[in-house]
Design a protein around this ligand. Sequence first.
Ligand code: SF4
Length: 577
Amino acid sequence: MTSHDDALAQRLAACRLPWPGSRKIHAPGLLHPDLRVPMREVLLSNGERVVLYDTSGPYTDPEVAIDLRQGLPRRPRRAGTGGQRTQLHLARRGVITPEMEYVAIRENGRRAWAQAYLDDGGREDRLRGQPRGASLPAQVTPDFVRDEVARGRAIIPANPQHPELEPMVIGRNFRVKVNANIGNSALGSSLDAEVEKLVWAIRWGADTVMDLSTGPDIAATREALLRNAPVPIGTVPIYEALERVGGVAEDLSWAVFRDTLVEQAQQGVDYVTVHAGLREAFIPLTATRRTGIVSRGGAILARWCVAHRRENFLYTHFEELCDILQAWDVSLSLGDGLRPGSLADANDDAQFAELRTLGELTRIAWSHDVQTMVEGPGHVPLHLVEANVEAQLHHCHEAPFYTLGPLTIDVSPGYDHIASAIGAAMIGWAGTAMLCYVTPKEHLGLPDREDVRQGLMAYRIAAHAADVAKGHPTARAHDDALSRARFEFRWEDQFRLALDPQTARDFHDQTLPADGAKSAPFCSMCGPKFCSMRMSHQVREAAGVPVAGPVPQATSARATASPTLMPSTPAERMPPA
Ligand code: SF4
């Protein structure tokens, strides 16, 4: 083994550590009993068991041996290709596929647990979410999923050629999802580094991963990612098509793009971004923009249109493109090639001309039974965020909206993950189904491992804030469980329930590293004499009021649990990122 392999093995080992105080559990299906839907069960010191949505795949299951060279275990759920068998086609005919039942179980988690937190009627009345047109059911049934897919309001990106996948759903009436972009460029990264970044990204909550490679070995990188990805993999095929013509946009053609798309579909890509809505006539609308065309795919196609003085070949061949996607059940993500790249360009004529075209293309894709979502901006000031969602819902017939951020200011290089997470929380609440993360390196360079984690944390916070605001039943219960642990000074439970247990523990350890401090009724922020929560305990004790309410009862689960539980304190240390 070389020192490079050694270093990779060590970094992967860090990606594979089970979450503290947690174990992987699997719930079976009722309609499809062979399903094994993964969840993370967190065991708290008061006997409570909290069940969380888990994107990390088999990597956090100590029972699963993984060799990145061999790829993950394959679990085919559907017959392969054959056309006319997309999730949308089957949903319209009333068929509940294994994937539909899988995502229903996954979305629910263990709602009986959450219910214990929601049973306080007065508190619920005060805190009830404002779904702003979304319909979040108390219980997600497989038929609810089928109906949402049939209406085009949700997609399940699950190419049957990607049997390593743990299916998930993207739709406004489900938990808000987060995408992470990875991929090499001509100036950086390697195949191993990208696979490691994938595993790292799903550990920190990426629901899907887009491979945006533009450098060497695009096909090999994608193959390695697909074979090791339990989450849907998306691509932008025009990048590889451009590589095939030596990087000269003018030399692109429908034939080159078609061949690239077919190969990616055969490989197992679950969804593709296609900038078919950037029409030749819209290009002059960008002439007075502050930042022109900032989408890479958009800029490539605009250059081709201008060079040939012809309509975008993705627009003119759109029906043929849909036939390919339908044959492999590859979901379509209609790219926003004219998204604004600065606040100055937000909501301008170019952006909305393309959005209206994306609505037309959505209907055409649906007529081919192609599952479709629509991409959105970009850079949008807070006061224009809602108008973007309203326009997308109106013009694109409620197809799921998938937005990059948006960044709410332009003056935050180095901190754009924060500037955009603010917009992401707002747009997620307003109705966006999936948020594409932004890392601190946005506009500055290729993100590394730590950037990926920072970007994902910012976006998990944004998505969770949106879920709480919409009234998702398990989202606020998760907050409530952590707050309860905080008030009862159960520090280890706080760490376990945190989105990033490692950082929470590290920060606490910086000033109070002793094990005894993990049950102390204060921390170093206010100190023992000024700890307001400690004084609250004293107030309640003086009034004869119980300090803590009854412990929410653990409910019986049909799920099977991994017997391996990460040991409790003090052993639940995690290595540095
Ligand atoms: S010392 Fe302050 S920050 Fe720390 S637990 Fe008490 S109230 Fe909270």
